[in-house]
Every structure is written in C-alpha cells, then in structure tokens.
Design a protein around this ligand. Structure first.
Ligand code: 5GP
Ligand code: MN
Length: 341
C-alpha cells in the first residue's frame, strides 16, 4: 500500500537508544509538530526516554498536538533544559528539515553532540554528513506521511496503525493535513491510503480539522481582509502577487504566532496569479518569506536564489535581512533576475 522503505537500520538504532531527543525546524508548522510528537510517542512506547524539542515557539492552534506526558521543550524559551536534553541524548531524531541550519540556535549543539543522528525528511536534498541514517522521499505529502509508512514497516507495528497510541495517529494526521493544506497540494495516492488507514484506526478527521483550522480570533480574519484589500499587490508581467505584513500591522491586529498561516495561498485563487509571496516582518528584525506557486512555476529555486531558503517546487520559504520598506523593490528585482524580461 505504501512506499517500500528499508527500516532495518532505523529499527536497530531505536533498539539501542536509551535517551533520545526528537527535534524539528524553527517556525514549526503542523508537519514539524506532528512528526516530532508521533515519533516521540512511538519511541516512548519502545521504552526510550524521549524529550521533544523545537528551536522556537509553535503556533497556538497546534499546541493541542503536544502530549501532556511529553511537553515540547522550546529552546528559545528554555535554553538550559533544551541544551541539557541534547547533552544527555544518545540518539537524536530529526524530522521535516533537510539540513541542521533550520534548527537555528540548536544547530551548533546538535552538530557537536556525539549522539547517533537520524533524519526523516521530504524535501529536495538532504545534508548527509551528520546523520547515521537518512530516510528521505519527495514522493510523499509530508514528513508525517513518510514517518507513517516507516512506522507501518516496523516489526512491532506490522502494518496495523491501531497498535500505535491514538495521540500518535492524531499527530500524524495533523502533519499530513496541514502540509497538504487540507488535501489541496502534494497529495499522492499513498496520502489518501494513509488518511484512510488512520481514519479506520479511529482518527476523528472532522475534530482535528476543527481544532487546527477553525480556532483563530476575529482579529485574525480582519487582518486577512485588510491584507487582501489594502496590501496585496499584483505584478502582472510575472503573474505574481505579494503582500507585506509589518510589525506595526501585526500589533494593530493583536497578531499571535500562526495567525498568518495560509494567507500566502489566497492570491493563487486569482486566475492570472501563478506565484504568491508573503513577507512578514519579525520582532527579531528579519523578514520571513513565504512563497507558493501553481504547477509549472518553481518557487524552490526562487527561495534558494534570492531568499536564503528553499523548500518544495510549489511551496517554499526563507528569510531576508533587509528593512521592511526595501522588501517590495527587492522582490521585484528578484523576479526580474530569476524570470528575465
Ligand atoms: P512556509 O511558507 O509554510 O513557512 O514554508 C513552506 C515550505 O518552505 C516549508 O514546508 C519548508 O519546506 C520551506 N521553508 C520555509 N522556510 C524555510 C527556510 O528558512 N529555509 C528552507 N530551506 N526552507 C524553508
Ligand atoms: Mn513538511
């Protein structure tokens, strides 16, 4: 039913693990949170002493995914505990990123750690050197889907999701559901097979959808309306749309992390738009870049070339270290350099 994955090395690594850290990327999305929670719960079930770790805070609509028994340590909020967990770990499981630089402040501690490191990822190309084992595929929707198929091949699970804890199944579903934008992109036949198996095993699809997508504030919706009405700019010669969200605007709408999730997709519903960009000023001073495109337009290359980032062909991201009032000119210049004309 799923992709053929050789889990023998991973299974040996898990059998030998006593204290593990499970970590994902900075600015975590549903796939990052879902994959560390699911992986952590599976490892705990195999008797491993597990610590879940994220470099920075997670959006509030995802906090419910974290299990009470294994709260997620946030490095930027609790650096001492995060570093102690890495120092104590004999094994580190990395999920949903292609290189350790995406763990930001945890990059150096992870590089210096002598722990056995495993990477499970669905991006284009992975850093190999730090890892004893890399399991990667682009033929899946998400890290959670890849992890699901890995777990299905583990001897103790033997293809039966009902042998995994319910919270683990929920977390896997949330990661897949959010990375596909609720089944609208990066969906493979195996993605539906996974969804089907999870629902058959008791995942309440409607409840999870509700908890992830329908829990935002009124202010968040008004911010969305303001951005679309007053801030969205079209660049017709490149079929591009962009929006710039400043810190002042975020404060005016009581912005909380996660509030701008999904905004970048909205301009793609315009017929002429094939590329959408959202630039968000951060309290730290840099600009978070979010890029989306329709089939036939590669934003991964654009993100790598101009925005210090990367990702997937139709969904990528990165960062800019320039003042917010220079972003529009920089973006227009990058379009011209990248696409010509
Ligand atoms: P989002 O726009 O949702 O933040 O990110 C979309 C995708 O772009 C993510 O799934 C991730 O693969 C990639 N991405 C986002 N930010 C970065 C970044 O700073 N560096 C890299 N390499 N990829 C990123
Ligand atoms: Mn992902």
């Amino acid at each position: 039913m799923g992709p053929d994955i050789d889990v023998s090395t991973l299974n040996r690594i898990i059998s030998a693990a006593k204290k593990a850290v499970v970590v994902s990327h900075h600015s975590p999305d549903g796939d990052a949170v879902g994959s560390i929670v699911a992986c952590g719960l599976y490892l705990a079930g195999r008797g491993v002493d597990v610590k879940l770790l994220l470099p920075g805070a997670m959006p509030c609509n995802l906090t419910f995914v974290a299990p009470e028994a294994h709260p997620i340590l946030i490095h930027e909020e609790n650096p001492d505990a995060a570093l102690a967990a890495i120092a104590a770990a004999d094994t580190v499981f990395c999920l949903d990123f292609s290189g350790l630089s995406r763990t930001e402040g945890l990059e150096q501690p992870l590089r210096e750690s002598r722990a056995v490191k495993v990477l499970v990822d669905h991006h284009a190309s992975q850093e190999k050197e730090p890892f004893a084992e890399v399991i990667a595929s682009r033929e899946v929707s998400s890290a959670c889907e890849l992890l699901f198929w890995i777990l299905m091949q583990m001897p103790d699970v033997a293809g039966d999701p009902a042998r995994l804890p319910q919270r683990c199944l929920d977390a896997l579903y949330v990661g897949m559901m959010t990375d596909t934008n609720n089944f609208s992109n990066s969906v493979f036949p195996t993605t539906f097979a996974m969804a089907s198996a999870l629902i058959a095993a008791g995942v309440d699809k409607t409840a999870l959808q509700q908890r992830v997508f329908n829990v935002f504030s009124e202010q968040r919706m008004r911010l969305m309306g303001y951005l679309l009405k007053d801030k969205m700019q079209l660049v017709p010669q490149y079929g591009a749309a962009y929006m710039i969200l400043t810190e002042a605007e975020k404060q005016a709408y009581n912005y909380v992390p996660g509030d701008s999730e999904g905004f970048v997709n909205l301009p793609l519903s315009i017929g002429e738009v094939r590329l959408s960009a959202l630039f968000t000023e951060t309290p730290e001073g840099y600009i978070r870049v979010s890029l989306r495109s329709k089939i036939g337009t590669d934003v991964n290359a654009l993100a790598r070339g101009f925005f210090n980032g990367g990702g997937h062909i139709n969904a990528a991201g990165g960062r800019l270290y320039i003042p917010v009032d220079e972003v529009a000119a920089y973006f227009l210049d990058s379009l011209q350099k990248h696409f010509g004309r």
